[in-house]
Design a protein around this ligand. Structure first.
Ligand SMILES: *Cc1c(COP(=O)(O)O)cnc(C)c1O
Length: 397
């Protein structure tokens, strides 16, 4: 059984703050501070360039990838880290398109995160082979799986509403029609029990700075099914995905297995922080995470609905259809969230009117949720949000 009071002790959580935004940026693990300081002083400082070999920096993208693999049901040697999620989306969709050369449609839903859509639009433009990005509403995805679709690209958990797609069922239906699947696990990895192997996902990508707590700018990950990797020609053919980077050959030959999805120099300091964050995950059972996440979000929904009639639930009511976040719609949502943050409850706002709260069992417990409900109820019922200072929009919302 996972001991969540022990995992909570492993994070720096500022006094007086209830952090319901670990779905956007996970908090700092105590150990990450020391690990990064140590990497800077003992490795970069002392070893200089020999750190690539002596401290094993070069092997870390696949070693950390394997540790993330356990959290998403991926076998060893099928996940590698690097770049940002936007770049990994591009790589995965490019490889998927190559697998179905006679089909021109890439299907996604309007709940997808915009960068995923933008990256595919850019990819289509540079390929210039007549591909089309078809965007339908999330509830119409199943019906939109038709034989002209080549690639289905979906984010499993909707960043705004938390609505959860059935990865196994949609992948099965897609495969029946010869469609290749790319799953974005940005709001799934570390949030719920994911099993890319059981779901038979072809490609999966995700980030490590949200539920996995790797820190701002932590590298993304990519999974490629072992059935496909040998036939994937990387669209971003960087030197570290080459079979022999230090042969410095002038012709590109893809590296073995998932290594070919590497591009350039990995972010060593970010990986040090991520390594410390993943130590916390090592003892964690994903079914226990899911059970506690559901308990906390149910507690939150009941508490808010009982005290804040002006807020409208924008997430699915059935927890089985939800990821690990809960959203409420409110006309003055931006100002209301600023007021909540000023009172110590940190969530975030997504345009046009969504107040979003993430439930991360590693460091949020029942007492935190009770306190958060009381504070939000005060902000809403006393209209503390009705203050010009809370109307000013920052760059990051
Ligand atoms: C957070 C998120 C991203 C972010 O992409 P970056 O390149 O890491 O900035 C992309 N896609 C989805 C679905 C996300 O939730």
């Amino acid at each position: 059984m996972t001991d969540f009071s022990a995992t909570k002790q492993k994070f720096e959580l500022p006094a007086g703050v209830i952090y319901l935004d670990g779905n956007s940026l996970g908090p700092l693990p105590h150990a990450a501070k020391d690990r990064v300081a140590q990497t800077v002083a003992d490795e970069w400082g002392e070893m200089l360039i020999t750190g690539w070999n002596k401290a094993g920096w070069m092997a870390q993208p696949s070693q950390l990838g394997d540790r993330i693999g356990r959290l998403i049901g991926a076998p060893q040697g099928t996940v590698v880290l690097g770049d940002t999620l936007s770049v990994k989306v591009y790589q995965a969709v490019a490889a998927a398109i190559d697998m179905v050369p006679d089909r021109k449609v890439i299907l996604t839903d309007s709940g997808n995160f915009p960068t995923d859509i933008y990256m595919v639009e850019g990819l289509i433009k540079s390929l210039n082979r007549g591909h089309e990005l078809r965007i339908v509403s999330p509830e119409d995805i199943e019906a939109a799986l038709t034989a002209d679709v080549g690639v289905l690209m979906l984010t499993q958990v909707d960043y705004r509403t938390g609505r959860l797609h059935d990865m196994a069922a949609l992948t099965k239906r897609a495969h029946e029609l010869g469609i290749v699947t790319v799953w974005d696990l940005a709001h799934s990895a570390g949030a719920l029990a994911v099993d890319v192997t059981a779901a038979r996902a072809d490609f999966a990508v995700g980030c490590t700075y949200k539920y996995l707590n790797g820190g701002p700018g932590a590298p993304a990950f990519i999974y490629v099914s072992p059935d496909h990797i040998a036939n994937c020609a990387p669209a971003l053919s960087g030197w570290l995905g080459h079979e022999a980077p230090f042969a410095f050959d002038l012709d590109y030959r893809p590296g073995s297995g998932i290594e070919r999805m590497r591009v350039g120099t990995p972010p060593v300091l970010q990986m040090a922080a991520l390594g410390a964050a993943l130590d916390i995950w090592d003892g964690v059972d994903m079914n226990a995470i899911r059970a506690k996440s559901i308990a906390l979000s149910e507690q939150f929904i009941h508490g808010i609905e009982a005290t804040c009639p002006m807020l409208r639930l924008a997430s699915p009511r059935d927890p089985a259809l939800r990821g690990s976040q809960v959203s409420f719609a409110f006309e003055h949502g931006y100002a209301a969230m600023q007021a909540c943050i000023a009172q110590g409850v940190i969530g975030d706002f997504r345009a046009p009117d969504i107040m979003r709260f993430g439930f991360t069992p590693l460091f949020i417990d029942q007492t935190d949720v009770d306190r958060a409900i009381a504070i939000i109820a005060k902000v809403m019922n006393d209209q503390l949000w009705d203050n010009p200072a809370y109307q000013i929009k920052s760059t990051v919302t």
